[in-house]
Design a protein around this ligand. Structure first.
Ligand SMILES: N[C@@H](CCC(=O)N[C@@H](CS)C(=O)NCC(=O)O)C(=O)O
Length: 215
């Protein structure tokens, strides 16, 4: 298996994080959005969604979309629970991540820190900020309900819901959001970072989790 990613993709970070937590060696093919690799005709022909992450299987088949890849890699491991109700709860939070959480947080980071092509007061950025704050509030409330040292969807161990929600929450300050306003987020982020096999955004460089540059 091989992961097709870019250096700063939060969606690909989810996959590398899970691979690390599972102790799975997952070689990477790292492309660059800035250099136009994802618009290259050969890439588009193979991957019509034009997005990373993509998991390439040994027989040439591929799995797209971070949630699908997390499911594929976690099936049969402790990160994908076995009982149906808990599986449903994990899916609830994966859906939350895709529908309400990832997009506003990713847009704020992209436009205010990576591309720097918008101002925080621009109408679209203000709308993203309101959506992002709402998503972080919902996440914070859920962690409050789960109790101290709790996980998002499961009682006593992390699941792929925690993996999916980690990267864009961790990088939220790049979108101008102050995580101190959400008391349950910092302990949960720290709890993930203490897990054996934790992977930062840039391998071996946790101090660069909020870096805005490719290295
Ligand atoms: N829903 C997708 C979103 C994937 C996505 O947005 N990928 C970004 C990088 S984080 C991308 O490939 N963007 C292509 C571009 O900006 O041209 C997932 O969860 O995997």
């Amino acid at each position: 298996m091989r992961l097709c990613d870019t250096q700063r993709s939060g969606n690909a970070w989810k996959v590398r994080l899970l691979a690390g937590l599972l102790g799975l060696d997952l070689p990477r093919t790292t492309l660059s959005i800035d250099k136009g690799n994802l618009r290259d005709p050969a890439f588009v022909k193979k991957h019509p969604l034009r997005q990373v992450p993509i998991l390439e299987l040994d027989d040439g088949q591929t799995v797209s979309e971070s949630m699908a890849i997390l499911f594929y890699l976690s099936a049969g491991t402790p990160f994908w629970p076995t009982d149906t109700l808990t599986q449903a709860r994990v899916l609830t939070w994966l859906s939350f991540e895709q529908a309400l959480h990832m997009r506003p947080l990713a847009q704020l980071r992209l436009h205010l820190s990576l591309r720097r092509d918008r101002q925080p007061d621009d109408l679209d950025m203000r709308a993203c900020r309101a959506d992002a704050e709402e998503a972080l509030t919902l996440l914070d409330d859920q962690l409050g309900r789960q109790g101290k040292s709790g996980w998002i969807a499961t009682a006593d161990r992390p699941s792929i819901a925690d993996v999916a929600l980690y990267p864009y929450t961790r990088m939220a300050p790049l979108g101008g959001l102050n995580l101190d306003a959400f008391p349950n987020l910092a302990p949960w982020l720290a709890q993930i970072e203490r897990l054996p096999g934790y992977q930062p955004l840039f391998p071996g460089r946790p101090e660069l989790n909020l870096s805005t540059h490719e290295i």
